[in-house]
Design a protein around this ligand. Structure first.
Ligand SMILES: NC(=O)c1ccc[n+]([C@@H]2O[C@H](COP(=O)([O-])OP(=O)(O)OC[C@H]3O[C@@H](n4cnc5c(N)ncnc54)[C@H](O)[C@@H]3O)[C@@H](O)[C@H]2O)c1
Length: 330
């Protein structure tokens, strides 16, 4: 399969430009690329302008590529027009299977034949998303490139193909995201929720149970992570963290010692029932935590803290290598 020479790519497309697509657009701009956007919402250009303006200080602080221009983007009313001359497509439309199936088929139809198409989906496999494509050659160039919010700041991208995605395309996508500065996990098989979302959702499930049972408030739950285990995770992740918790006996001692008593917490809970009461309690708890801070203030605060952590971790890793391998791009 003939794929685009990635060193020649200067223009990319973002299809869907909400929270994630807009975040990708800001990131691509900071890497010196031109971005062509397609989004059916009439207020998409205005929202994208705001998102880029909010993201640009953070991107500037992390370092812009030569020639990066925050205005090098255009929004098009026609999908085929938006895809003209692009070397890569990132799809970030709403998480709706039927919509994505049709949209990916339309993109594959309109995009140049040697262009790889990445999807930001946070839950669907490419096998099911590519079902509408009858042409195997077109299905072969569709791949999941799952980012984290905000994509302009969080390095991780999980790359995984579907049953009909060519291996070459998965390799190309992994190399592409790496070349533009992302931290790539290339997965060999489709897994529901990929890796990080499964972990995040397990934690969130427990948190929802605690709110539902009146065991903890939303604020207590957030602080238990930000002032607790969250501080250990930037370097060592949950596995190495527990390895150290086992003392000199490491993970083996940890599992042998605590494994039997952990059976109960590991198996106690199913998904909580998302009742209107639980929904309202969680929303009210978040509103309380947010207080009178505006959305853009919260975004700037989050961005400043992610930058601070990334910079600190880049220094720490120089002295203490051996954390979660490959988890940084600095
Ligand atoms: N929000 C997150 O934290 C997050 C993280 C990782 C991945 N994702 C994934 O990214 C994708 C987008 O999520 P989001 O949070 O940015 O949603 P969003 O609602 O903020 O943005 C979706 C955008 O798609 C546009 N849109 C609607 N119909 C469309 C169509 N037919 N074609 C193209 N665009 C269309 C909307 O106008 C909107 O601007 C989803 O697949 C989601 O699972 C989200």
């Amino acid at each position: 399969m003939q794929l685009r020479d990635m060193t020649t790519i200067d223009t990319v497309a973002c299809v869907g430009a909400g929270t994630i697509g807009g975040g990708w657009a800001a990131y691509f701009l900071a890497r010196g690329l031109t971005v062509r956007v397609w989004d059916p919402s009439p207020d998409a250009p205005e929202k994208l302008r705001r998102l880029i303006d909010n993201a640009w200080p953070a991107l500037t602080e992390l370092g812009l590529a030569d020639g990066a221009d925050r205005d090098a983007w255009s929004v098009h009313t026609d999908l085929a027009e938006a895809l003209e001359g692009v070397g890569f497509v990132q799809e970030s439309a709403p998480e709706n299977l039927g919509l994505k199936q049709q949209l990916l088929a339309d993109i594959a139809q309109a995009a140049p034949a040697d262009v790889v198409i990445g999807s930001s989906t946070s839950g669907y496999g490419m096998t099911e998303m590519a079902e509408k494509l009858t042409d195997d050659q077109q299905a072969a160039r569709l791949v999941v490139g799952h980012p984290f919010n905000p994509p302009y700041l969080i390095p991780l991208v999980e790359v995984v193909g579907g049953e009909r995605t060519s291996e070459e395309v998965v390799d190309w996508a992994a190399e592409w995201y790496d070349a533009i500065g992302k931290s790539v996990i290339r997965m060999n098989r489709e897994v529901p929720g990929f890796i990080a979302n499964r972990l995040q959702e397990a934690l969130w499930r427990e948190a929802l149970h605690m709110v539902e049972n009146g065991e903890a408030t939303v604020e207590q739950i957030d602080r238990s992570i930000t002032d607790g285990p969250g501080l250990r995770w930037p370097l060592q992740g949950p596995m190495l963290t527990f390895h150290l918790a086992g003392g000199e006996g490491g993970m083996a001692h940890m599992l042998d010692h605590f494994g039997p008593s952990l059976l109960s917490p590991w198996t106690r809970l199913d998904a909580p029932e998302l009742t209107p009461e639980l929904r309202d309690a969680v929303v009210a708890g978040c509103d309380y935590e947010v207080g009178d801070r505006r959305f853009d203030e919260l975004v700037r605060a989050r961005d400043a803290s992610v930058i601070a952590v990334r910079k600190a971790m880049a220094e720490i890793r120089k002295t203490y290598p051996g954390g979660a391998e490959g988890a940084t791009t600095e």
